[in-house]
Design a protein around this ligand. Structure first.
Ligand SMILES: [Fe+2]
Length: 127
């Protein structure tokens, strides 16, 4: 299938606050203004376009980021420095822990709009 995800829209109450939450955790450059969006380009060519939502209710999305081990350690350190809540599981049962599933490590954190952000060091996908 010769199609690759190019970009997607992430609804938020404050597009730059939401985009910065992610870029600051990742140690990535500032989000870029692009039309009505605050854009966050990712390593694999996908861009997350944060958009201020016209609706008061934002439907939570799940965004999972595959990162190398060193970056995972840096991201986790930033989360812990900020004393942010995080979980080893998507159901928020194992608080302030990481998991060692899928031959790697991972954890979940909610962004300011309730989107479920996951950082993991090894993809779920196996051959
Ligand atoms: Fe996931």
């Amino acid at each position: 299938m010769p199609a690759r995800l190019d970009h997607t829209i992430v609804h938020s109450r404050d597009r730059f606050a939401a985009a910065r939450f992610l870029t600051e955790l990742m140690g990535a450059p500032e989000p870029k203004p692009f039309g009505p969006f605050a854009s966050v380009p990712l390593e694999n060519g996908v861009t997350l376009d944060y958009l201020d939502s016209a609706s008061a209710r934002i439907v939570s999305q799940h965004l999972a980021f595959l990162v190398p081990d060193g970056e995972f350690d840096e991201i986790l350190a930033r989360v812990q420095e900020r004393e942010l809540p995080y979980w080893a599981d998507p159901h928020h049962e194992r608080s302030q822990q990481i998991n060692h599933e899928h031959q790697g490590r991972g954890f979940y954190i909610d962004d300011p709009d309730g989107h479920s952000i996951e950082f993991l060091t090894h993809t779920y996908v196996t051959d």
